[in-house]
Design a protein around this ligand. Structure first.
Ligand code: NAD
Length: 519
């Protein structure tokens, strides 16, 4: 009976936000298994991006609170790392079911804080859930290697073991998926985890923490702190933290990679992007245009795998008017409104930045084919909305091409040949994702062989790999040497112990010391 209540438990509404000396709810810290109010005097406001109303406040955790969280992780590590792999697997089996049971509640929290449409928010949870499901295969994923009889009576075998306290620093754009790339993978390997969600969207991580507790994760195995630079520096410097997983901008990611590495930690750092979609004239037109529009403007372009740049090769340049028509038909609205395709940007600052980059394109000679800057959403006049925008005649020296826009803006370039398109992609400093649209296998093969990008789609606009593979952004989009989730994720969160043992029969006992290297 107990198992069933845990199994089917829904998140109580009051769990992670409680009134705290003001009418605006506050986000709690999660320390040593308790959701606690911060004693800080520094708070950040969280706004609903569709209205800009303040919906809650998030604390900048104090040094004492961050220390308490890290100490809790260290204490819990002693027993959690010794927990049987089967017990950890059982917890994550329960966890994946609890996430499924609460997917709508989690999505609502994402739409409220981040702005994306409810359907897209469910996708955000779902793609994170798949990582949790993958964690349930830990009994196979953590297998070591053996080689018997490497010499007489001698065998060598390896154990894959946890590394200690690990930490995650997350961005605002996937409030469920990206934290779920982090702490479940780290914890199922036997590590304890200190999580710092994005200070702009902390609510979903708090709900996920509650569900993990309900699934049976012992106190201290996951701790959550909030904040900005101080929290990031704390993570980069605390001696108990052995590994840092970061996802976010290059400015933060390069800093965290350097600071963390300097302090002897493993760091994997997924960063910015400028993903190109190369359209060949032989592509399936209908399919390609719909995929391009979906991948450029979905989530208001706030995806690191958004196809933000199109290269129209040869005659496919004639498709541009139809591309513009399809983009114009997308409905811009608050994320919780029925039929919304494109929600608001995260903040007024993001809107100003995106509008500025659109203007820079115009000033530098690009052709504004669709201008979303003056979009008005009835009933949501204060929201951070920018409608789908398309800039044509873009060249590689323009600021709208060289900078990541991270908004609903598609910049369109033209190329005479596949070779020219490939060289544009390879000359761009980012290497996160790209896609080619073609019906010719040889063209696709040449493209996948020659582009220097981590994740490539062939007629797949957003080729984010499922968790049995790894998320493999490269070049300017990644620092580190082992990527997120999949086999590489397990490698990142584990270390290898190699045992060489000899069991000799009595009559084979050494008669003299062996002073030379064994050969
Ligand atoms: P961000 O870098 O502003 O914030 C990410 C995290 O870093 C937050 O937790 C924040 O508190 C912290 N942070 C912010 N500025 C910092 C600084 N100067 N020093 C130290 N820490 C800092 O990123 P964001 O705006 O939340 O997310 C958008 C960015 O993330 C885009 O560039 C996008 O491409 C990238 N992103 C990449 C991937 C990927 O897998 N490659 C996935 C999602 C998002």
């Amino acid at each position: 009976a107990i198992a069933r209540t845990v199994w089917r438990k829904k998140i109580p509404h009051h769990v992670c936000r409680m009134s705290y000396s003001s009418t605006v709810p506050t986000t709690k810290l999660f320390i040593d298994g308790k959701f606690v109010d911060s004693q800080t005097s520094e708070w950040l406001e969280i706004h609903n991006p569709a209205t800009n109303e303040v919906i809650s406040r998030v604390p900048k955790a104090t040094q004492a609170e961050m220390l308490a969280a890290a100490d809790s992780c260290s204490r819990a590590y002693a027993s959690w790392s010794e927990t049987s792999v089967l017990s950890r697997q059982q917890i994550f089996l329960r966890y994946q079911q609890l996430i499924k049971d609460n997917i709508k509640e989690l999505a609502k929290s994402i739409t409220l804080e981040q702005g994306k449409t409810l359907a897209d928010a469910e996708g955000d949870v779902f793609r994170g859930l798949q990582v949790v499901e993958h964690c349930c295969s830990i009994t196979s994923l953590m297998l070591g290697e053996t080689l018997p009889s490497i010499t007489k009576d001698m065998d060598t075998y390896t154990y894959r073991l946890p590394i200690g306290v690990c930490a995650g620093i997350a961005p605002f754009n996937f409030p469920a998926m990206i934290p779920l790339w982090m702490f479940p993978m780290g914890m199922v390997c036997g590590n304890t985890y200190l999580m710092k969600p994005s200070e702009r969207v902390p609510g979903c991580t708090m709900l996920l923490a509650r569900l993990l507790q309900d699934a049976g994760a012992p106190d201290g195995t996951l701790n959550i702190i909030h904040g900005q630079h101080d929290a990031v520096n704390f993570i980069c410097e605390h001696p108990s933290i052995k590994a840092i997983s970061f996802v976010g901008s290059n400015q933060a990611g390069e800093y965290i990679y350097e600071q963390g590495s300097k302090n002897g930690k493993r760091v994997q750092s997924n960063m910015g992007a400028k993903n190109h979609g190369v359209v060949m004239p032989d592509a399936n037109k209908e399919n390609t245009l719909n995929q391009l529009v979906g991948a450029a403007f979905g989530a208001a372009g706030q995806r690191c795998m958004a196809l933000s740049t199109a290269i129209l090769v040869g005659e496919s340049r004639d498709w541009l008017p139809e591309l513009v028509d399809r983009a114009r038909n997308l409905r811009v609205n608050a994320g919780d409104q029925p039929g919304a395709d494109v929600g608001p940007l995260i903040s007024p600052e993001a809107k100003t930045r995106v509008n500025g980059l659109i203007q820079s394109g115009v000033d530098e000679g690009a052709k504004l084919l669709l201008d979303g800057r003056s979009v008005r959403v009835k009933g949501y006049e204060n929201g951070n909305f920018v409608g789908p925008t398309i800039l044509g005649n873009v060249t590689t020296d323009m600021k709208c091409y060289t900078e990541e826009i991270f908004g609903p803006v598609l910049v369109v370039l033209e190329a005479e040949s596949l070779d020219e398109a490939i060289s544009m992609v390879n000359n761009n400093p980012y290497g996160n994702g790209t896609a080619i649209f073609t019906t010719n296998g040889a063209t696709a093969r040449k493209y996948t062989n020659e582009v220097d990008v981590g994740q490539i789609g062939v007629n797949v606009p957003i080729p984010v790999p499922l968790p049995m593979f790894s998320f493999t952004g490269s070049r300017g989009s990644f620092r580190g040497d082992t990527n997120f989730y999949g086999k590489q994720g397990i490698q990142f969160y584990t270390q290898i112990k190699t045992i060489t043992s000899q069991w000799k029969a009595e009559d084979a006992t050494l008669k003299t010391p062996a002073v030379t290297m064994p050969t």
